[in-house]
Design a protein around this ligand. Structure first.
Ligand SMILES: O=C(O)CCC(=O)C(=O)O
Ligand SMILES: [Fe+2]
Length: 311
């Protein structure tokens, strides 16, 4: 079984219905799918790969003395002394940094990084909105409904973040994870992953399956807010990254999320009750930041309005 691969260029042609059905299948049954022919120029993707790989070269020395590396070294040392080494469960074997709308804080080297990532993010944001519109349609919602929820009906800018990650070679993949299993907090996540080095896995029907590397594809997955908006029809999928012994995996994840001020509530009818009636996304993020690697249901419970006392 492989994560569905969808030709996004067919959305506007004779095969629209089949393409929409494939997107619905990806959303309902996987929480993940891959887009090809998505309209992001290959030439731009090549530049993104280049500047992100170069940015890691500038960070590599710092990674070598980072907490995960020192923790693993200490474990291996303890093992050498004959002590049992328990796997690390509160750390990830990754090097990451974030880009947001404020370009001031972006790294100024390598050359071309800012320009390339600025251009890339603008393209990805448009792609995320097109994907969200397909989801609107598939859910029987008015076109633009998800975006309206994320922006407080146009009052706020959506939160759009990009995380540049590297998962450097790991001498002991048995003792640490690249990125621990989690569901994503927000809306729609567009991932440009390494086209050679694998490691990303999604939990599907109780089984971990590889999200197969595919050149120039954009991997899409849905976060907890889409689960709430869709009233559980599109469940956010658990995923994780396994570390590789001999390879350095690059990934660039862009998160199209609600504004922190936006109120989120189920937009699709149905049984309901499982999700909070309404909460502010920023409050959800406060809970998520402390409980990211845990079950999601208690996070939803935590932002439910306290039940009114019945006198
Ligand atoms: O690096 C990846 O492939 C996945 C990253 C991810 O799941 C995340 O940042 O939430
Ligand atoms: Fe994730």
């Amino acid at each position: 079984m492989v994560v569905p691969v969808i030709d996004f260029s067919k959305l506007d042609g004779a095969e629209r219905a089949e393409t929409m059905a494939k997107i619905a299948d990806g959303c309902e049954n996987w929480g993940f799918f891959q887009l090809v022919n998505h309209g992001i120029p290959t030439e731009l993707l090549e530049r993104v790969k280049k500047v992100c790989s170069e940015s890691y070269r500038l960070r590599e020395a710092a990674f070598r003395v980072s907490e995960p590396v020192r923790t693993l070294e200490a474990l291996v040392e303890a093992e050498r002394r004959g002590e049992a080494a328990a796997p690390v469960d509160d750390m990830d074997w990754e090097d990451i940094f974030y880009l947001h709308d404020d370009t001031q804080s972006w790294p100024s080297s390598p050359p071309g990084f800012k320009e390339t990532m600025h251009e890339y993010r603008a393209e990805l944001k448009k792609l995320a909105e097109r994907v969200m519109e397909a989801m609107d349609d598939n859910l029987g919602l008015e076109t633009g409904r998800i975006k309206a929820a994320f922006t407080g009906h146009g009052r706020h800018a959506p939160f759009f973040g990009t995380k540049v990650s590297h998962y450097p070679p790991c001498p002991r993949p048995d003792l640490v994870t690249g990125l621990r299993a989690h569901t994503d907090a927000g809306g729609v996540i567009l991932l440009f992953q390494d086209d050679k080095v694998g490691g990303l896995e999604v939990l599907k029907d109780g089984e971990w399956l590889a999200v197969q590397p595919l050149a120039d594809a954009i991997v899409v997955n849905t976060g907890d807010q889409i689960e709430v908006l869709s009233n559980g029809r599109y469940r956010s999928a658990w995923h994780r990254v396994l570390p590789m012994r001999d390879a350095n995996r690059r990934s660039v994840a862009s998160f199209y999320n609600p504004a922190f001020e936006a109120a989120i509530s189920p937009a699709v009818g149905g049984a309901g009750g499982e999700y909070p009636e309404s909460y502010v996304f920023g409050d959800y993020m406060d809970v998520y930041s402390k409980h990211k690697f845990e079950a999601k249901e208690p996070r939803f419970e935590a932002v439910k309005a306290p039940a009114k006392a019945t006198a």
